[in-house]
Design a protein around this ligand. Structure first.
Ligand code: ZN
Length: 123
């Protein structure tokens, strides 16, 4: 599988490029290593992999929960590592709703301040 993918990628290179790559193989290996490291880091730091409540990394084999919420035109996405974290977040949403009703939260800034604890939540 891995070798087949690599062959597909190599098919994209012209003869001259292959010759150059063979000459620069040592440098290209370190380039490749750097690229792979950077992609792995990007995937690991992806906010979809972090619980918005506790900040724990969510493993793909965990029973993670994703919540899509907000008004129909401004959907937000939040990921949770467990039911407890989801419940905490829902409680926070309920408080938020009350604060909006009472005029304590008036704009986007207030909203972001209110959700400051939830580092990985994007607005
Ligand atoms: Zn959590």
């Amino acid at each position: 599988m891995k070798e087949d993918k690599l062959k597909e990628v190599l098919d994209l290179f012209e003869y001259e490029e292959l010759i150059r790559m063979r000459e620069e193989l040592h440098e290209n290996v370190s380039f490749l290593k750097k690229e792979i490291d950077s992609r792995i880091e990007h995937i690991e730091n992806n906010k979809d992999n972090i619980c918005v409540t506790c900040g724990r990394k969510i493993k793909h084999d965990d029973h993670a929960i994703q919540l899509v919420f907000g008004p129909t035109n401004v959907k937000k996405k939040a990921n949770f590592c467990a039911m407890d974290c989801l419940e905490y977040f829902i409680r926070k949403l309920r408080e938020l709703d009350t604060k909006v009703d009472r005029g304590i939260i008036k704009d986007q800034n207030d909203l972001e301040k209110e959700f400051g604890d939830f580092d990985s939540l994007e607005f």
